[in-house]
Design a protein around this ligand. Structure first.
Ligand SMILES: Cc1ncc(COP(=O)(O)O)c(C=O)c1O
Length: 451
């Protein structure tokens, strides 16, 4: 496969999926769980480089999803591959929860420097986003000696039993699992494009006030006394729920509520973190607001499985044996994370901000052109495009969204839906303006071909 700089456009040379891809899909149907939430289109990857993915039939796709916001530095970035290879030749594993190696404190120190948390921090290492969330939940319960949590409708925090108690972006996630493991109450997310009362746009100050009022004057005075709440779990930009940013005043008010009531503010940056929003973390867009506990995964390892729960050092006060993981903080994964952060700090966060703004500008032009684009939102390279029936009723258009997703695939562009009728843009942070021009041209054609 040619490198990014030489290959300007996707190349589709077979029907999709092609014959070799179809064989893999058939084997997958036979031997792999049917529970994975795969989209209608079927992409089979054989290799990938930069922003390009090649399937077994030789078709080449432009990737604007990055393995669901994971391949932050692009596919197989040579410096990441080098760092992993070097580490793999030196030390593959030693169970950092029992023994010691340098990589764990090194990454812990780096996270302490970059995470928007007041003062010193400590880090617990895990293997995934859901595991980082489980850690945060246990830690908040332990530290506060409380059991209740507040989560948001539309949120996604993972599918393990503790995380599932928080998750609420789709019915399929809980269907069949009945009562939940944890005592969680859900409140509306402050979405200014769809106020929870009528599904219609409103002033962001209004929706912020309404949700804060709901928490303080309904929940706290009835079912959920604040002195029993261990934590409030917030995605500063809601991911699976539709790429919806929380208003500034809302995040500030939530911090106030937590401070006044001894509640942990747990910020889930699994999807929004690591440069995706054009700053290192989405919370960095909210000056002066700090988290008590943060959850990281996805983009931190450029594709290697690593999760981290970073907390105020005085909050991570649990006893020896309270929480640990055999593989969490694997040295090869940490080598990938350290190199990822270095690459982010040396230009990719800036590229996410600049090229992301260029992409946003292009998407806004398409919004003017097409009656069916209701909203374009987000920051950096975390952008959502919400499709509607028309600009008057703003009724969600999920089938249209799915058709557009498929039309993009057929033309060699990989994007993915989220929320009810939104398409998310979460490309590798190395995306160039030229890549954006190609992607927008395909997106434009796909929309025109779907309405
Ligand atoms: C915000 C957020 N939190 C947690 C998770 C769960 O991460 P994982 O799938 O690695 O368990 C996800 C995954 O999409 C996520 O987007």
């Amino acid at each position: 496969m040619k490198p990014t700089t030489e290959l300007q456009k996707p190349i589709i040379k077979t029907e999709l999926p092609g014959p070799l891809a179809r064989e893999i899909i058939a084997e997958d149907a036979k031997y792999v769980t049917p529970s994975y939430p795969r989209p209608d289109y079927k992409l089979v990857a054989e290799k990938a480089s930069g922003v390009w993915i090649e399937d077994p039939d030789g078709n080449i796709f432009l990737d604007c999803n990055a393995g669901v916001a994971v391949c932050s530095t692009g596919h197989c970035h040579p410096e990441i591959v080098e760092a992993i290879t070097k580490q793999a030749q030196t030390l593959l594993h030693l169970c950092g929860t029992v023994f010691y190696y340098n990589q764990m404190p090194e990454l812990g120190k780096k996270l302490s420097e970059i995470c928007p948390i007041e003062g010193e921090t400590k880090t617990h290492f895990a293997n995934s986003g859901a595991e980082a969330i489980e850690t945060a939940l246990k830690l908040a319960m332990y530290h506060t000696r409380r059991q209740k949590f507040i989560s948001f409708f539309g949120s996604f925090h993972g599918r393990t039993l503790g995380a599932l108690s928080l998750t609420s972006s789709k019915k399929a996630q809980r269907l069949g699992f009945m009562r939940q493991a944890l005592d969680v109450v859900h409140v509306p997310y402050p979405n200014k494009f769809r106020h929870f009362a009528d599904d219609l746009p409103c002033d962001e100050e209004k929706v912020s006030r309404d949700v804060i009022n709901w928490i303080e004057n309904r929940l706290f005075k009835t079912t959920t006394p604040p002195e029993e709440v261990a934590g409030i779990i917030l995605e500063v930009v809601q991911g699976e729920g539709g790429y919806v940013p929380a208003p500034k005043s809302f995040v500030k008010e939530l911090r106030r509520i937590c401070d006044e009531n001894g509640i942990m503010l747990i910020v889930d940056e699994v999807q929004s973190g690591m440069g995706r929003t054009g700053k290192m973390f989405a919370l960095d867009h909210h000056e002066g607001v700090k988290a008590d506990i943060m959850c990281l995964a996805k983009g931190i390892g450029s594709g290697l499985p690593i999760g981290a729960c970073v907390a105020r050092a005085d909050v991570m006060d649990w006893h020896k044996g309270a929480h640990a993981s055999t593989f969490g903080g694997n040295p090869v994964c940490i080598a990938a994370a350290l190199k990822t952060i270095e690459l982010l700090e040396n230009g990719l966060v800036e590229n996410s901000r600049e090229v992301g703004a260029y992409l946003e500008e292009g998407l806004n032009k398409l919004k003017e052109k097409f009656e069916v684009i209701g909203d374009v939102r987000g920051f950096g390279m975390m952008l959502g495009v919400e499709f509607v029936a028309d600009k008057e009723t703003l009724k969600p258009a999920p089938e249209l969204r799915d058709r557009i997703e498929m039309e993009c695939f057929n033309r060699g562009l990989i994007i993915l839906g989220c929320g009810t009728s939104t398409i998310r843009w979460s490309p590798p942070l190395i995306l160039t303006r030229e890549n954006v021009d190609v992607a927008l041209e395909i997106f434009d054609e796909a929309i025109a071909g779907s309405i």
